[in-house]
Design a protein around this ligand. Sequence first.
Ligand SMILES: [Mg+2]
Length: 390
Amino acid sequence: MTLDGEEAPARRVILHVDMDAFYASVEQRDDPALRGKPVLVGGLEGRGVVCAASYEARKFGCRSAMPMGQAMRLCPQAVVTAPRFEAYTAVSRAIHEIFGRYSPDIEPLSLDEAFIDVTASLGLFGSGRAIGQAIRASVRAELQLTCSVGVAHNKFCAKIASDLRKPDALVELNEFDERGEPALSAALAPLSIERMWGVGPVAAEQLRARGYATFGDLQLAGERQLVGDFGDGGRSWHRLSHGIDDREVEVDRAAKSVGEEETFAEDIISVKAIEAKLLGQADEVGRRLRAKGLYAQTVAIKIRFSDFATHTHARKLATPTDHTHELRTAARELLAAFSAREWRAVRLCGFAANKVSENAGQMPLFDDGKRERLAKLDDLRDRIRGKFGV
Ligand SMILES: [Mg+2]
């Protein structure tokens, strides 16, 4: 109830759960020799980048998305391991299963991160904090891994909270004034603007150049000033700097489709060259499907000719698949359906897996181990990719 005796609007309770140094922690869990050591997960050769750095490696300044060469110079004693996406996907499924015990309203952001709206579950489990602690305890006991949890009344504050005392912590950001309005301005004021949603390195530089270094600076400037300086982005930064965010947890945000496309610097006329592009895209789509534990029910290719006429050819697969070989075969067949007469210079081509889901479908009864052989090949492909850091 508010002071005026009116019923306050239902207050949401949102958790943001984020695994700590996810890939690196899984590697340390599965290989005791890596525990307590600086570990870099990623590709070593060529353009390899760091997919994840253990906390021991972070002490030396190593970060994910950093070129592996740079990370190795910062921490030459680091152990480098190739990513094992099957293992990460399995853990990801397991943590989602744990989240699902407390609420069906889960919005996954990546393999190791999700928002959970627990508002409807409070009667059953108590408080957001209690649910967050229960999730942390289950992840630790069942998976021997740690996660950090933020608890707040909206997504933005929950995400900020989970990051405040990482690793292995639960932080609550839930303060309200006497009218039941969020009162987080003071708590958020000291945070640096790099933590603001939608602020990457470039925007951060621009903000700092104009004298905005913290959330408090954004609060002081006021909405009108920020809109004048940054347009609509300024309005949302102003609201967020006070901890105001109305976005709902989007339960059905999981990808319905996984695709790749490329616009060429110069048009390509050769069908063989386009086929090679499509096959490369099918490889990449296959890798991404397997990384996410997803299967495609239909596949499509898209060809845009130099006159911008765009053609999409699609087909349903006999069984949902995540196998590169089957995706490549479908890409080849769909391309072959173009007639020589309609073929001309191409400016864009793309390959997509559609109607994507976690359902692998019914195993065919008599396939003589074909699917198993394909799975082994895919595994090899994914390992080689990891190794060479492509
Ligand atoms: Mg994480």
